[in-house]
Design a protein around this ligand. Structure first.
Ligand code: PEP
Ligand code: MN
Length: 337
């Protein structure tokens, strides 16, 4: 149920929260621009009792949440969520570009890439220190050393960074370094990991599973939010279809569909979405045009020697060109870098 507050006074909010908790529900406070609501979530039994809160003067309305995802649903924050990340934010009028290599390979590689993408206008650095590879014999990432190098590069370039966490065992370590925790496509339904990142006070970048429906993906966001972490960013990175010409099929309909269903920011990853560098820029521009809140793009100073995902990585010159081409499109959509 959603309890729409008539008052924004702290004592009134605390009063309703304690009533909700007394009835056996978790109370999640959502302070929007237009209204303050308290979401009472829990096992649906006994939810009718919550209706009685309508008799309180500081409560405007109590209404049911019809969707199976409660906290992620658009009705919870109709104006959309803006998530602060270091010296920038995702959502609202900002168009966020996260760029960097698939994997951290060396100090030179990550520091050089950070400087390049920052100069081109990207706000957030990306790079993997723990890599989910199809083969156990492929490069698995530089692990903690990679996290240290990401931190160094992010300080040099003065930009926050996003990096993937693959296991609950490594979560504390990764969360100590990262500004944003990425949950990869392969882990979208790793509920133990989702619950664990839900307990952290670090924004989560939730990639769509390769065969996940929108509902399943939003339920994964709900797992994170139900633990208290409401800062979730949805990232479409392509789904698996019968097509073999592209690595995945980038489902750009994710942007309008998620904009309708959820208040969470929506980012597009055309690198994994297509698998080929020359398809990345056209799809990135299309993502901006259809109202995405940002992009995640793989950029490598020398893709020919990249240890992972070289074929889909943009060279600095191509990335620069993409950033220049984005600006006029963003003018039309009302967002800016
Ligand atoms: C990545 O971002 O490098 C990655 C492995 O992404 P995904 O989980 O979307 O495959
Ligand atoms: Mn990659």
């Amino acid at each position: 149920m959603i309890i729409v507050m008539a008052s924004r006074k702290q004592e009134d909010i605390d009063h309703v929260k304690s009533k909700v908790e007394e009835m056996g529900f978790d109370a999640h406070l959502i302070e929007g621009v237009q209204r303050t609501v308290i979401a009472a979530v829990g096992d649906g039994r006994g939810k009718e009792r919550l209706q009685s809160l309508e008799s309180l003067a500081h409560v405007e309305q109590v209404m049911p949440i019809l969707k199976s995802y409660k906290l992620a649903g658009r009705e919870m924050r109709p104006e959309g969520t803006v998530i602060p990340i270091g010296n920038t934010s995702i959502g609202g009028d900002t168009f966020s570009v996260m760029a960097g290599p698939c994997a951290v390979e060396s100090r030179e590689q990550i520091v050089e890439t950070a400087k390049i993408v920052k100069a081109a206008g990207a706000q957030i650095l990306r790079g993997g220190a723990y890599k989910p590879r199809t083969s156990p014999y492929s490069f698995q990432g530089m692990e903690e050393e990679g996290l240290k190098l990401l931190k160094e590069a992010s300080e040099v370039a003065d930009m926050p960074f996003v990096t993937e966490v693959m296991t609950t065992e490594s979560l504390d370590l990764v969360a100590d370094y990262a500004d944003v925790l990425q949950i990869g496509a392969r882990n979208m339904q790793n509920y133990g990991l989702l619950k664990a990142v839900g307990k952290k006070d670090v924004p989560v970048f939730l990639k769509r599973g390769m065969m996940a429906t929108f509902n399943e993906w939003l339920m994964s966001a709900e797992y994170i939010m139900a633990e208290g972490n409401h800062n979730v960013i949805m990232c479409e990175r392509g789904i698996r279809t019968f097509e073999t010409e592209t690595r995945n099929t980038l489902d750009l309909s994710a942007v309008p569909v998620l904009k309708k269903l959820t208040h969470l920011p929506v980012v597009i990853d055309p690198s994994h979405g297509t698998g080929h560098w020359d398809y990345v820029s056209p799809m990135a521009l299309a993502a901006a045009a259809c109202g995405a809140d940002g992009l995640q793009i793989e950029v490598h100073p020398n893709p020919e020697v990249a240890v992972s995902d070289g074929p889909q990585s943009l060279k600095p010159k191509v990335f620069n060109q993409l950033m220049d081409n984005l600006r006029p499109i963003l003018k039309v959509t009302g967002k800016s870098l």
